[in-house]
Design a protein around this ligand. Structure first.
Ligand code: ADP
Length: 384
């Protein structure tokens, strides 16, 4: 493998926190990297060998960047896939493959993919415009409540809305969308799978995510999930089937709903490192970021079991605070044994912006969860 300490280059589209954490591994192994990101202040900037400023959705910017690297990966899905298709035809190794990204970028295509491959998912109807949704309600074909999802602009719950009444429809985006049945799930689970080019696959333990009651954003991730062995087996089987169907190379985070009947449904996937895998930096034998680098460079995959139970807390900007950031009481949190904060390095905060995360390591998951609540209460992301 001639990537180590040579002039061969791994390119990463996106220089946010996920890019920064991918670079911990490339620094450790002295792998040459180049990062493309639109922001001068991208968190990954300091850890890469070369930084290129450019628009990730622009054909020429992505194509020109891709021509100068040997393997290309992503840390964000919203990139120009046409440029990636051309680069792939011209021999650049691109993981995740452009066809995977193309399906995932559009929620309608993604849902139809699950249906076609017999992968369990919530039932849905596709609409080209919001007016068609309204007509469907008038005709009595659609009834409240349901979940509305914008076909193309989703991210961290933006572009997703639980709709209870006609009035709520008015605030939605008018474009193409997906209407899904509202799943009365018991838990939201996630399984991170990683696959090498020849098909060797490993997976992490099933984790559970707890959401903020109003912001539709993950607050806590618990590893392992507090579910039955049978439910965990089902989740892993569904996740492995999903990764095989995509033929994905690199990480695939499979987000799942566990229903009260014990069924497991795929909500959506992310073909990259994922928030639900951050616990792995401290708690797993091989962290998700290193695993992804191993896979995309076609190196042996690492052990995925845990050294300890863990809980991850997202550190997001406090409501009412917009501007230069400070992390109030971080010293108090650092004083607690088994508590490890990660600060992404974004200069400015705004309400609910992901600014960092904290991992809590404790052999007992319930104690780790209580400590996580304490961390959340103590540490706040505010302005100066
Ligand atoms: P995003 O791409 O913005 O992360 P998701 O499709 O993951 O959007 O939806 C965000 C959240 O909305 C989910 O984590 C879940 O809490 C809720 N949600 C999404 N789809 C459904 C559904 N069909 N039934 C119930 N809740 C849902």
């Amino acid at each position: 493998m001639d990537f180590f300490s040579t002039s061969k280059t791994l390119g990463i589209l996106g220089g946010g926190q996920l890019g920064k954490m991918l670079l911990y591994t490339t620094r450790k192994w002295d792998i040459n990297t180049s990062v493309l990101d639109p922001s001068e202040d991208a968190p990954a900037r300091l850890a890469c060998d070369k930084f290129v400023k450019g628009d990730l959705t622009d054909f020429q910017a992505v194509y020109d960047f891709g021509k100068k690297v040997d393997v290309l990966t992503i840390e964000i899905e919203k990139v120009n896939v046409k440029a990636l298709e051309k680069l792939e035809q011209e021999g650049v190794k691109i993981y995740p493959q452009p066809h995977v990204l193309k399906t995932i970028q559009n929620k309608c295509l993604q849902k139809k993919f699950y249906k076609r491959h017999g992968i369990p998912t919530a039932s849905f109807v596709e609409f080209e415009t919001l007016d068609q949704v309204k007509e469907s309600i008038i005709k009595g074909d659609l009834s409240f409540p349901f979940v509305w999802k914008s076909a193309e602009m989703g991210y961290d719950g933006y572009g997703v809305s639980i709709v209870h009444s006609k009035k709520e429809i008015e605030s939605l985006n008018s474009g193409a969308c997906l209407i899904e049945e509202l799943v009365p799930f018991e838990k939201e689970l996630s399984v991170i799978v990683c696959r090498r080019p020849q098909g060797e696959t490993v997976h992490y333990p099933v984790v559970e995510s707890e959401f903020h009651p109003t912001a539709n954003q993950v607050e806590y991730v618990l590893c392992p999930a507090r579910i039955s062995e049978q439910a965990a087996k089902k989740a892993i089987t569904v996740a492995l089937k999903t990764v095989e169907a995509y033929g994905q190379i690199g990480l695939l985070a499979v987000e799942l709903f566990l229903t009260p009947e014990g069924d497991v449904l795929v909500n959506e996937v992310a073909p990259r490192p994922h928030n639900s895998g951050h616990f792995s930096i401290e708690a797993s034998y091989t962290c998700q970021f290193e695993q992804h680098i191993r896979a995309v460079l076609d190196l042996p995959l690492g052990k995925t079991s845990s050294k300890s139970s863990a809980v991850m807390v997202n550190l997001v900007g406090k409501q009412g605070h917009t501007g230069p950031v400070v992390y109030k009481n971080i010293d108090q949190v650092l004083a607690i044994e088994g508590v490890i904060p990660h600060i992404y390095g974004k200069k400015k905060t705004h309400p609910f912006r992901k600014m960092g995360h904290v991992t809590i390591i404790h052999p007992k998951i319930d104690i780790a969860r209580k400590m996580a609540a304490k961390v959340k209460e103590t540490l706040s992301v505010i302005t100066k």
